[in-house]
Design a protein around this ligand. Structure first.
Ligand code: DNO
Length: 391
């Protein structure tokens, strides 16, 4: 596996020097200063590449080239945005990029309700609590008929949570949900969120899928031409929010996407934390079945509750069988003769970083370094044991 690290560019408080110290070899980054939908200029791509390579690191994976809302909703200038996306793929291909991670979530990219959940060991984790989310949706955003999106039990819990919230709690919850998380696709105000929800409200699951397939049919040939693997990121959390459909939440969704546009370049980002937030996603079978079509992995762990809520746990301690997943990925690598870029996804906020304002939720230095070191240990042990057993 190619140990990689997500770097948010020159604005990132984590420096390339620190990333080299952590032992990563690959950088995963994006040109977040380019507005969604615009073409990524060759000059900006070249400049980012030069900077990365000057530290002896490589840049093969982009995360993400965001897909414009009008492509997802099939409205407005979607054709123009698809053609810009094609040009961005071309420009990235000319600079040696091998993999592009993207998502097709409507309205919100990854979403959490708490960004600083205190853990017994003093660190802080990210978490998603479905009744807090429902409290926001039903009582703060006041989306029409929002309560119909939740079972009775969650509605009751949400109400109880809401009545016990102070104004500060309400503001914080809203900010956590809509202000935008690192690498996400911008931020919303309550008003812009309402508008965005309305754009997708009547679309339905089938139409959203159709728009994804249409997008893929137009971009995969361009990706093939430039030997770029498109790696769709699963929905996070892997179920609908605000009563809107999501179409990349299960193994079955992923299978359909790959079947609809059959090409080795039409593959997946195996985000263990996102797919793993559902107990019906069997991650090891997914690695075995999708094999070479997994182009990139996010290794992270979670502790699930039965209602859809989850907390991000330490990389080796959670409901995901991390050793099993790594073993399965190494077997795919062995068969395909190709090394898979992986990054330790998220990490707890710990040590002095807990007191810093500039640390991005989930993307602390020490938390990810700890995660990377633990994962590296597992990779090393699995490889060593497999060699010993073959000897
Ligand atoms: C969160 C990330 C996501 C991911 C995008 C891919 O930590 O995994 O922001 O980059 O959803 O487009």
């Amino acid at each position: 596996m190619i140990e990689s690290w997500r770097w948010f560019g020159p604005e990132d408080p984590v420096t390339l020097e620190q990333i080299v110290e952590a032992g990563a070899k690959g950088i995963v980054t994006a040109l977040d200063h380019i507005p969604t939908g615009e073409i990524w200029p060759l000059t900006d791509i070249e400049e980012r590449k030069r900077k990365i390579e000057s530290y002896g690191l490589t840049w093969k994976v982009v995360e993400s080239v965001p897909v414009h809302t009008e492509i997802k909703s099939g409205s407005g200038h979607f054709k123009h945005y698809i053609s810009n996306y094609q040009q961005t793929i071309t420009n990235l291909g000319e600079n040696g990029i091998e993999c592009i991670c993207y998502n097709f979530m409507p309205v919100l990219d990854w979403t959490r309700t708490n960004l600083k959940l205190d853990l017994p060991n003093f660190s802080q984790a990210l978490s998603f609590d479905i009744s807090e989310f429902a409290a926001y949706d039903i009582f703060i955003l006041e989306r029409a008929n929002a309560s119909e999106s939740y079972p009775q039990e969650i509605q009751e819990k949400a109400q109880l949570k809401y009545v016990n919230m102070t104004e500060v709690d309400k503001e914080k919850l809203e900010k956590n949900i809509i202000a935008g998380l690192p690498g996400g696709e911008g931020s919303h105000t309550r008003e812009s969120l309402r508008k965005a929800i309305n754009l997708f409200k009547n679309l339905g699951e089938n139409k959203l899928r159709e728009h994804l397939y249409d997008f893929l049919k137009r971009i995969i040939p361009v990706a093939e031409k430039h030997s770029i693997n498109m790696a769709i990121h699963p929905d996070d959390p892997p179920f609908g929010l605000f009563g809107l459909p999501r179409v990349v939440s299960t193994a079955d969704d992923a299978e359909k996407i790959m079947r609809e546009v059959p090409s080795l370049c039409n593959g997946l980002t195996l985000c263990a934390g996102s797919f793993g937030a559902r107990s019906d996603n069997d991650l090891i079978s997914m690695v075995e079945n999708f094999g070479e079509k997994i182009h990139f992995t996010h290794l992270r762990n979670i502790r699930r509750k039965t209602d859809g809520s989850f907390t991000e746990s330490e990389h080796l301690a959670g409901d995901n069988d991390m050793v099993g997943i790594i073993k399965a990925i190494l077997e795919v690598e062995e068969k395909s003769g190709r090394e898979m870029p992986m990054r330790p996804d998220h990490g707890h906020t710990m040590g002095e970083e807990r007191h810093r304002e500039d640390v991005r939720p989930g993307y602390s230095y020490s938390g990810r370094m700890k995660g990377l070191a633990e994962l590296r240990g597992v990779i090393h042990a699995v490889k060593t044991l497999s060699k010993t057993s073959q000897a």
